[in-house]
Design a protein around this ligand. Sequence first.
Ligand SMILES: *[C@@H]1O[C@H](CO)[C@@H](O)[C@H](O)[C@H]1NC(C)=O
Length: 197
Amino acid sequence: IAPRLLKEKCSLLHKVLALDLEDVVLSPTLAIHVYTDREVHGTVGSKVTLSCTFWSSEWISDDISVTWHFQPEASRDSISIFHYAKGQPYIDDVGAFKERMEWIGDPRWKDGSIVINHLDYTDNGTFTCDVKNPPDIVGKSSQVTLYVFEKVPTRYGMVLGAIIGGVLGLVILVLVLAYLIRYCWLRRQATLQRRLR
Ligand SMILES: *[C@@H]1O[C@H](CO)[C@@H](O)[C@H](O)[C@H]1NC(C)=O
């Protein structure tokens, strides 16, 4: 059994080594990694930050570019909404975000984040952040899905809760007061009766 075990161990070791070697050989030394949240939630009228950071094996180049795409929930097509290149941010002149978008990133600090203002109920969809840092251009983009919720139900719920809470508090207060008054009145009656006797 022992030799067989040894053999298995050897083949396992071999496999591990081979895998490692494959990784080193196959994955290019140049690779850029882009990170976003998976999901972001917002309420109608509020704003939301779509953060995008990245890691590059290279120094940040002057030719670094950041691109944001948007694909509405109900659509198959995605449109480019933002582009950063040659040190300049460009907000695309099409789409629903052109007047509501803000660039807050700074590629020198590996930040490609944007802000969407005045969220609308129909903004649901997927945003894709893509970064290229030549010569480091191999890598996957990252996606974040935005869900916009109506503000009214939570507000309505909170108002309703406050009203119910207020009414309950008032009822309790009145009950306690009534009880106290009754108690004092009864005591007084008792002392009065005692004095009369
Ligand atoms: C956006 O997503 C939220 C959460 O899933 C949903 O409640 C809402 O109805 C969606 N809006 C539209 C316009 O489909």
